[in-house]
Design a protein around this ligand. Structure first.
Ligand code: GLC
Length: 568
């Protein structure tokens, strides 16, 4: 039975899409009989105990700052997670019996409630399980990006099947023909989300998926494919089972995703050109061009793919292209996206209209375009990757996801990673406030908000994507701070979150400059807020989990810049 057979009839079903609006959807459907996950699962299972995903390295070896001691809070080098729990027993909370925060058990229960089944197999978690909300919109779907923290929580708890089934299911969806009006999308595009529909009369499960054709703004999710690759590596690292990544299907899936990004064109930069709304911020917010979130995920996906691609004829060719691209990408990002006090001062003094290869101000950034806030925001110690760099345009906003992923993927040099953490500490109130952590800083207001968001009523200042605080991001902050050897940053953040999350019903986001208010239109029991918290807790309990979502720096990519004061 061919995967292409799953191409589907257009059916108007539940609303699907990146934005949260009720509208008819013309999603592809695949019937239960059309495909069978187990076909890909027939391979003999490796009987491998869960491996320490840390490559058995000690924490001190791994930490950049060198100040992460074996005696770090909660890290027990003698602990060896080898036991598999049943689906109902959170291994994490058993292990954590000395510190059983009441939220942990509640969070696991809520996470399990959100699990979605296809033909009886768990294939993902819905975005939110909010019965109080009158509008379901598309929060009853499995979003690829939202599932990542759920998947990590399950992997850390020794529950591998749901992750495996998710990876296989989305891989099959990738095989669908994707069309927007009369335009066909690239083969490699992964869905933003999918929904399982059950017909009780025929006892048949069907899938409806969205690749951007139903999303507000009709934008394809560039991040989905990258998260898929990153998750496949996490699964492989966590289980020690390479047989899934080695299947011809997974190898092809990786190749298709990356071929989309590595094709030659008119680009003069190694970064990836994107439309607004193609990632976590899935509506117009001025993140078009070369957004940091996508560049960091792109880098991480390329590196993850390198560790999984086979050196066969097709793999070899792709590997060469990946290596070349990684070098150019890391040079570009480390040179042009990096901002610290010294660099800001240099840009402030830039000459403009320089021509030829001797230009210092290569992109002709006009110093007058530097926003006032950044001069106050920039501490003497610290730095970050700015939001976007393109001709005559630097978006100086700080974005949480891109900066944390830059640390985890080693796109940031060790010195830059330390500087990013320094900045978070120096600007704690602005970036963490009362609820970790800001999706971006600062908010856009007034005239700028009108122009940049197109008057979006959901993205008003300090709300939602426009400077709102998103609990899900705690897992990324935690992972990054452990990698840099500063887990105390994560502890402080987790303590803050713990004081509110359960009481407030695990909201999707918080509003306000400090993130004190439950978001205007935030869902309750948002799955990734729940899972993000659990992942943060488990990482702090057992930092050896870090290996599944962290990549080491490659020596070949080390041309350090000289000018950053925050590096010394
Ligand atoms: C919002 C978020 C998006 C998320 C979706 C489902 O649209 O912006 O990142 O995937 O909700 O939770």
């Amino acid at each position: 039975m061919s995967e292409r057979k799953m191409e589907a009839a257009a059916v108007a079903t539940a609303p699907i899409g990146g934005g949260m609006r009720r509208e008819p959807s013309y999603a592809s459907m695949a019937e239960q009989d059309d495909f069978d996950l187990s076909r890909l699962l027939d391979k003999p299972k490796l009987n491998i105990e869960r491996q320490r995903s840390f490559d058995d390295r000690s924490m001190s070896e791994f930490s950049i700052g060198g100040n992460l001691k074996v005696g770090m809070d909660g890290y027990d080098p003698a602990y060896s997670p080898g036991i598999r729990s049943g689906f109902d027993t959170p291994l994490s909370s058993v292990r954590n019996s000395f510190d059983p925060h009441p939220i942990v058990a509640e969070a696991w229960e809520a996470l399990r409630r959100s699990v979605v089944y296809f033909k009886g197999q768990p294939v993902g978690t819905i975005a939110a399980y909010d019965h109080a909300s009158e509008e379901v919109l598309n929060y009853d779907q499995v979003f690829v990006r939202d599932f990542v923290p759920s998947a990590l929580a399950f992997l850390m708890n020794g529950e591998y099947d749901i992750v495996k089934f998710f990876l296989l299911k989305t891989l099959l969806l990738q095989g669908w023909e994707k069309k927007i009006d009369r335009f066909k999308l690239g083969e490699g595009v992964m869905p933003a989300s999918f929904k399982v529909l059950h017909d009780p009369n025929r006892d048949v499960d069907t899938i409806a998926a969205d690749f951007g054709e139903s999303a507000i703004g009709r934008v394809a999710p560039v991040d989905s494919g990258f998260w898929w690759i990153i998750l496949l590596r996490a699964y492989t690292k966590s289980t020690g089972d390479t047989s899934l990544a080695d299947t011809a299907e997974c190898q092809k899936g990786i190749r298709l995703i990356l071929s989309l990004c590595l094709s030659e064109g008119f680009d003069t930069f190694p970064t990836l050109l994107c439309a607004d709304g193609c990632c976590m911020i899935d509506r117009r917010m001025g993140v078009y061009g070369y957004p940091i979130e996508i560049q960091a995920l792109f880098f991480m996906a390329l590196k993850s793919a390198l560790s999984m691609l086979k050196h066969d004829a097709q793999g070899k060719e792709l590997i060469e292209r990946i290596v070349t691209r990684l070098q150019a990408l890391s040079y570009h990002m480390r040179s042009y996206f990096w901002l610290d006090f010294q660099q800001l001062n240099d840009i402030y003094r830039f000459k403009t209209e320089e021509y030829s290869h001797t230009a210092v101000n290569k992109f002709n950034v006009i110093p007058d375009s530097i926003p006032d806030w950044v001069f106050d925001f920039m501490p003497c110690k610290g730095g970050y990757f700015i939001g976007n760099v393109s001709p005559a345009r630097m978006d100086f906003r700080w974005f949480a996801l891109g900066n944390c992923v830059a640390i985890l993927s080693s796109l940031a040099t060790p010195e830059q990673s330390v500087a990013i953490m320094d900045l978070i500490e120096e600007r704690w109130e602005e970036l963490i406030g009362d609820m970790p952590l800001k999706i971006c800083y600062p908010a856009i207001e007034n005239h700028e908000w009108r122009i940049v968001t197109g008057c979006d009523p959901k993205n008003t200042r300090w709300s939602y994507h426009n400077g709102g605080s998103w609990p899900v991001l705690i897992w990324l902050l935690t992972a990054a701070s452990i990698k840099v050897g500063r887990p105390q940053i994560a502890r402080r953040a987790v303590d803050l979150a713990e004081s509110r999350l359960l009481k407030d019903g695990f909201p999707e986001y918080y509003d306000g400059k400090l993130g004190r208010y439950v978001g205007k239109q935030a869902r309750k029991f948002q799955t990734w807020s729940i899972a993000g918290y659990l992942v943060a807790k488990m990482l702090l309990e057992d930092p050896s989990h870090l290996g599944m979502i962290s990549l080491e720096e490659d020596r070949a990519m080390k041309p350090l810049l000289k000018r950053c004061s925050s590096w010394t």
